[in-house]
Design a protein around this ligand. Sequence first.
Ligand code: ATP
Ligand code: MG
Length: 563
Amino acid sequence: MGGAYYVGELHHSRAGYGLIADADGGRAVNSDAPEIAISSDVLRKWQRIVDLLANIMHVPSAVVCKIEPPDYTHYTVISSSNSTGNPFPVDQIFSMDIGTFCETVIKSREPLLVANGLENDQWKSAPEMRVGMVSYLGFPVFWPDGRVFGTICVLDNKTNRYSDMYQELLSHCRDVLQGDLQTLARLGSELEEQKAHLSELFARVPEAIVLADRDCRIVRVNPEFTKIFGYTAEEAIGRRLQDLIAPDELQEEVESVMYRMVPTGGVFAVETVRRHKNGMPVPVSLLCVPVSSLGSGDTGYVIYRDMTETKRLQDEQRRYQEIQLELAHANRIATIGQLSASITHELNQPLTGILTNCSTGLRMLTDDSPNLDGAREAIRRTMRDANRASEVILRLRTLYSKREVTAELVDLNETTREVIALSLGELQKGQVIVRTEFADDLPLVIGDRVQLQQVVLNLLLNALDAMIGVNDRPRQLVVKTHRQEGDCVGVSVQDSGVGFEPHTVDKLFEAFYTTKQDGMGMGLSVSRSIIESHHGRLWAVPHDGAGATFSFSIPCRTNTNIQ
Ligand SMILES: Nc1ncnc2c1ncn2[C@@H]1O[C@H](COP(=O)(O)OP(=O)(O)OP(=O)(O)O)[C@@H](O)[C@H]1O
Ligand SMILES: [Mg+2]
């Protein structure tokens, strides 16, 4: 089929024709594969090839032509020898329906040799004749996938039969071109693949991504940008970031962030606020990624993470903690209120001591023969009692005060002892027999001392309440501290009170559950949340006989993250 175009002799075997050409030769000229650009490096190399060809073969013209997508209705000269008499400048365009030699090679996908077109009816009116190019040797050039790229050819202004050697030389140059196309196609498909990956990333990443130029103008946005800020890509592209999504008061900040990208060149992050299309503020965590290699005046990417949900959760968490603190405080005030008898007793003792010692001292000084040593001793005791009273007040003040949670090393033996001391008056009034069993080698725990005291106090007062109506047996309270498995330290409060039904155990810890007339039902619920914030556990067990035991345990190496 292809042979129909030959005029003159052509040596297929030697020249290696049809290296890539289709066996059927009838394939469409080109498909819709993406266009791969011919790089300037390659073009420089090809220029050198056509120059050499013209020189070696002593012809006025050696040319590389390229069929132009997308409609393939014309081809362009992309390399043309710098030789005298070459009538084909680079960029000259030929229509694919005027019957040129190259058009024939492209359509037939076969090489063509015309020794002298003027001597042949088929060629004598070919367009090349009009510019004096009467002979032609040309090869089709193929992309690696078999599509025609164009031609490489030489033309002469006189009869030229192009020796075997010249045919082989041109065929070899064609192979070089095809080698270059192979490389370009491979790089192109790798690039396409990377582009596809990037596009997918761009489309699917849950952050808004903006490509901006030097003037902060939006070049590209991803779908998430529309989700977060409400502007479609069409609405956003070409607008300046500060005009589009900056809250009025943050215009300058947006500009400075963008202008900072240029000189620093480094990636940086900012937590700030931007504005939705509907005017609402959008808290964002923003990452600026300047990209110097982008060229074409683009500065880099700005990536926005919508922090609305995170901020809402943080606020909620903060509010929850505040409420917990409020409740704990209210519970503390209420429980301390129940200790008025103890407190009076705790304060009365040193105050009575002060009075007694003062009057003793006064008497010793005003005697006829003043007893200075005795008076000194009386004053010393007065001071000791005053210190004791101020210690009690200090302790109460910390209990009463509304304070932030702290993390310190706490000795649970000491903490429990202090709480018992504070409640002693109350316990005595209720005729409760108190026994303590404190473990000797109790490790310290990290925690909030006042909060832990509050838990012990709640348990003590509950035990007292549970025993107050008991008259047929001793009212016995056993407070124990112990070391537990898994490096935990525990406190248990055991009473001989009314106890509770095992199935109600979960109820006891619910907020506002109370069986007491004046109870709030807060003690156990607050205590449990305190213990849980210390990464521990608070539980209750009714006795088989009378009473119940309430216990908690917390790990000794609790981290300091107590809330
Ligand atoms: N040692 C105990 N023995 C028997 N029942 C108990 C004991 N401790 C608590 N309870 C039961 O659990 C309920 C809830 O206790 P909680 O400490 O939460 O609230 P309250 O003591 O009723 O009121 P508040 O402590 O707020 O003043 C109590 O009303 C009581 O019925
Ligand atoms: Mg209680």
